[in-house]
Write a protein that binds this ligand. Structure first.
Ligand code: PLP
Length: 385
């Protein structure tokens, strides 16, 4: 029944682990999931109130404008200006998305011709790869390795590949590695894109999730970036709004325009009441995130210290919701995750699920409620002491 394209994406890589979890649960094991990155804390009340207010207004009940409401596009542009000091034109350079995942999934359809190459970070968020395959593009992996700080090495990409390449995906702060990139790296990426006539799609979903005083930059801060880069933003992680499905793209007018044109054929925009609430999020107090970040930071520190106490070697991420840990003794990521699940009832994610270069790592997320996280850490301490 499935199309060849869909089959090429392959089976759900975590299906095996899901099955094991189901078997344990059937045996009555209380399974704790540190696998998914989905904020457990609620959306701030002023945003919820704005949704209620928006939904009461019958004018929100009809089709919204395709590109986003004027108020939402302006709020997004103003947020980019105040957060990064970069001016983008709300009419030409901003586009509402049904979450950044939707934008990432549709971008290759809008800018890639069949058999053109998209350069995709490996390990990486799986959508970059699957969306390229769906658009009949060719995926070429850019390995992210620890000794380079999980940044891709543009010099290692063969000339023959670059001739056919049209799109390069980047994502810093990075899921799953927790790595960060500075403006110097983004300047190199912009230069690389210019030289090889590429569009950079920078997934900046985690720019607000950072610790210890670190403030992640935007690629749009680089001079000339707006000619070659589109940046995807999400309200999901910053405002605990994963269920709301709202985000936006900003940057390169041609790419924003192409994605907008593609989307007119696919969806009919974001519910106006949700956009109204998103305006409240983007223009309201930005320090609502402070207690959320304090919670994640404390979880991060407890998690890292528990894992180190049993002799494992997790690094301390300065951004994102993830700890990306080498498997002890170089075990296979699937075997190690399965063993941890067997011995503790705790689900962690095998790195290979994010690409072949994710092998040898597992990902643990910080979005499990405190009491459950502490229970998981206790079990790990006991099982591996
Ligand atoms: C969570 C996540 C997204 C998706 O965000 P939505 O706006 O909820 O679609 C995109 N990219 C990465 C890397 C993510 O981890």
């Amino acid at each position: 029944m499935q199309s060849q394209r869909l089959r090429r994406i392959g089976a759900y890589m975590f299906a095996d682990l899901d099955r094991k979890q189901a078997v344990l649960e059937a045996r009555g094991v209380d399974v704790i999931n540190l696998g998914v990155g989905d904020p457990d804390l609620p959306t701030p009340p002023h945003i919820v109130r704005a949704l209620e207010e928006g939904a009461q207004d019958p004018r929100t009940h009809r089709y919204p404008p395709y590109r986003g409401t004027e108020a939402f596009l302006r709020a997004a542009a103003d947020w980019i200006l105040s957060r990064f000091g970069v001016r983008v034109d709300p009419e030409q350079e901003v586009l509402a998305l049904i979450g950044s995942k939707e934008g990432l999934a549709h971008l290759p359809w809008a800018v890639l011709n069949p058999s053109e190459v998209a350069l995709v970070p490996d390990p990486g968020y799986p959508v970059y790869r699957s969306s390229t395959i769906m658009a009949e593009g060719e995926v070429v992996a850019m390995p992210l390795e620890a000794d380079r700080g999980f940044l891709p090495d543009f010099d290692r990409i063969p000339t023959e590949v670059l001739r056919r390449a049209r799109l390069v995906f980047l994502n810093y702060p990075n899921n799953p590695t927790g790595a960060t990139a500075d403006l110097e790296f983004f300047a190199r990426a912009v230069e690389f894109a210019r030289r090889h006539n590429l569009l950079v799609a920078h997934d900046n979903s985690y720019c607000e999730i950072a610790y210890d005083g670190y403030r992640p930059p935007s690629i749009l801060e680089v001079d000339g970036a707006r000619e070659v880069a589109i940046e995807l933003h999400s309200l999901s992680k910053a405002f605990n709004m994963t269920g709301w499905r709202v985000g936006f793209a900003a940057g390169c007018a041609e790419a924003v325009g192409a994605l907008g044109a593609l989307k007119t054929n696919v969806d009919s925009g974001v519910f106006r009441a949700v956009q109204h609430a998103a305006v409240a999020a983007l223009t309201g107090p930005q320090d609502v995130i402070t207690p959320t970040l304090a919670t994640y930071r404390s979880r991060r520190d407890r998690l890292v210290s528990a894992l180190r106490s049993v002799g494992w070697s997790p690094p301390v991420p300065r951004a994102t919701l993830y700890v990306w840990m080498p498997t002890p003794g170089g075990a296979s990521s699937v075997a190690f995750a399965a063993e941890v699940l067997e011995r503790t009832g705790v689900v962690i994610t095998p790195g290979i699920g994010y690409g072949t270069h994710g092998e040898g790592y597992v990902r643990l997320s910080l979005t499990t409620p405190d009491a459950r996280l502490d229970e998981a850490l206790d079990r790990i301490r006991k099982a591996y002491a």
